[in-house]
Design a binder for this molecule. Sequence first.
Ligand code: NDP
Length: 393
Amino acid sequence: MKGITILGATGSIGISTLDVLSRHPQEYRVVALTAYRDAKRLFQQCQQFKPDYAVLVDEHACKEFSALLKESGLKTELLTGAESLQTVAALPEADYVMAAIVGAAGLLPTLSAARAGKRILLANKESLVMSGNILLDEVRAHQAELLPIDSEHNAIFQCMPHDRHETLEKNGVTKILLTASGGPFRTIAIDKLGQVTPEQACAHPNWDMGRKISVDSATMMNKGLEVIEACWLFNTTTDKIQVVLHPQSVIHSMVQYTDGSVLAQLGNPDMRTPIAHALAWPHRISSGVEALDIFAVARLDFEAPDFERFPCLRLAYESMVSGGTAPAILNAANEVAVDSFLKGELSFINIASVIEQTLATTEISTASNLDMIIDADRLARENARQFIQSVKH
Ligand code: NDP
């Protein structure tokens, strides 16, 4: 039986992970569950899965959870504070760690799992975007495993030869075709983008996700972060990654080989498939996802992305080419801008402007150690906040 810690258990990926685990009680045991402040949901999850530990970062939420815990007589031990996330990511009882915290907050706990030699199921793409070289070095140094949960990267992983540490060329791969739905604003008139609301941006046509990644999908920053993630995961460069708009979200990505073959992974858009895949790899287990009805799908469409409509995608490509701390700056500026947009303080089109200005004014350095990344992240957040003050809605 494998023990698992779920970082970000109360989020969209955390909930899907617990759904898959509930189908395999003989194979997996939940060791720890974490959340930021959603005490009620975390408590319900603890009642069902009876983990040894629960972590709530927010102190007020901890009080609420403690009261519920006392009444229930549950044996789960409650920990608090951001450092506890790193503790439960490294517990000896946990073989696997689902890294599903949203944003830069996922970086240190993911690194902690790597240092403890865990199988990391990586949903938190932001940690690879910020510090790909450092995270991969830790994975290698501690014989950890990094398996992608992002549906696209999981699809690429499934279509790749097994030796991922070789370069793509040596494996006969000529290109990665990274699919993207194009989000809710793929066809809206560009001059209407200034007025779109957070609710419209979060109404993704095919996927049900947390709010931050939903906005990232609407700006296509999500795809940009995924381009960077793919460079690190598959040991390649941006020129080998072609983003393909595919509005049906049935093909989750493709790998093109030198002999003319293109391998694709298809399935219904449901995160339980990549989660089940990474949990059981190299075997297969049921996920609860319905079999794909190819006749109901009937047609598959593909388009090239429009960088004018989606400037965030261009910025992400450019930041990876710049290298060093540029992707960390991009990520930090994006988090600040998306948060402001969700609070109604910034218009949708100004998300890209804030990121562009932050990248232009924050010094880019080599990303040779964690302190440099954390510094770049902090500076970029300060700069992005200043731009937001100066930008009119
Ligand atoms: P959600 O917003 O739904 O959930 C985020 C989780 O992280 C919650 O458990 C939340 O706790 C916790 N959390 C938020 N902030 C902090 C913090 N500062 N410290 C500790 N915990 C925190 O996000 P998603 O599940 O949608 O996404 C999670 C990650 O997975 C992201 O990196 C995203 O890009 C990636 N991903 C998501 C996909 C999806 O389909 N949703 C698909 C592919 C990748 P609380 O509930 O208490 O706020």
